[in-house]
Write a protein that binds this ligand. Sequence first.
Ligand code: GAP
Length: 459
Amino acid sequence: MATDSERNERMEKIVSLCKRKGFIFQSAEIYGGLNGCWDYGPLGAELKRNLRNYWWQKNVTERDDIVGLDGSILNHQDMLKASGHVGGFSDPMVDCRTCKARFRADQLGEAKCGEKPSKSPLENGCDLTEPREFNLMFQTWMGASRDETSVAYLRPETAQSIFVQFKNVCDQTGERVKIPFGIAQIGKAFRNEINPRNFTFRSREFEQMEIEYFCRAQDGLRLTDEWLETRIRFYEAIGIPRDKLHILDVPDGERAHYSSKTYDIEYDFPFGVQELEGVAYRTDHDLKAHSEAVGKPQEYIDQAAGEKFIPHVVEPSAGCDRTVLAILCEAYDEETITDEKGKEETRTVMRFDPKMAPIKCAVFPLLKNKPELVEQAKAIKAQLQPLMNVTYDETGAVGRRYRRQDEIGTPFCVTVDFDTIGENGPDLEGTVTVRERDSMAQERVKITELAGYLAERLR
Ligand code: GAP
């Protein structure tokens, strides 16, 4: 069992690797940083895209009962009044009269005092005000005038645009959507968190991957349990083992106001066990609220049964950035290996599931000053490029190049050597060395069979 300081050290190494290798940068870092906002660098952008694509493939493309939506980020104020966000989407906040810092009243134990960051406000005996509610939404104004009628909000969750487009989707998709069915969306959400923390875990701008799965009232609880299992299998498929996931059956009194059953799927991050996704049974709360607000029932019409009703909904709502962070934390590994000269060294390796790996294959010529090797390696890279994300590297010893690829989690490295170009005889001509990241095992593969060989192992 790792100690707290080992876990902290591990997290520091992950954060440092993310910056050093171009996964994640602090937003506007050269201006001192924009707290709670992050930019994904070249490798982070690929990793995040792999996750989004896989989520969409599994939840929309491969299913007959879920369709997609891409709603606007700016939300109508009346829509968020009806959903309860304008009046009630808040956290309790306290101020310290001495250090002037602001804290979430329910997270004082984990907060850091403004004057003594080694202590929490409770340990430091901060002089705190009474808690008051702080609305988490970012407000803005649409158009040229700034008055009450022009107020709009950056959406605090992607869910509401699904609810308010429910009737349009039903009307336009006709036969395709018959209850139970879902509407899925991936997109940005914004919350003015009082204390953003734990790297990207609690951010002010983040991405959600949400499904609103509409059903009959009598099926709501059963479908909530089924979705929980489906979602756990998803995490396993992207490389997060079941034994690192914890299921919290959120007790009465701690669930969101709209939910009569919620499971939180939590991951064992180095900074503690924390929520990745909520699977909530939202009943008919949202569609009812919007029906009342607009004075038109947001109903589902079952033509065959001659019925009209407001459906209930089960919502698996995952955080894209939190899942990326869990993938990074899970992948990070260090091991001691002995090099060719018998010297021990530490190998840092990101053991990404191949589906998630930002770069799938790196191609090297053994030497960069031998034109035949360079030409062949570049030709292989060009051949693989339409099929997968592939990179080319010719700098330094091959062992060093392997280490660089291990650190960014590239599952395969392909080396073009003298055998490849027939300089050692005809036996191995037209073959390359393929080295696998985790086992470091090497195999000789014919160039003509390389694309198929990699595709099979990357699946
Ligand atoms: N539509 C339901 C909803 O938004 P939530 O539990 O508030 O429920 C769902 O958010 C998921 O969104 C969370 O499980 C988490 O993964 C992600 N999330 C929420 N707030 C976040 C934040 N400040 N930073 C990063 N991710 C966040």
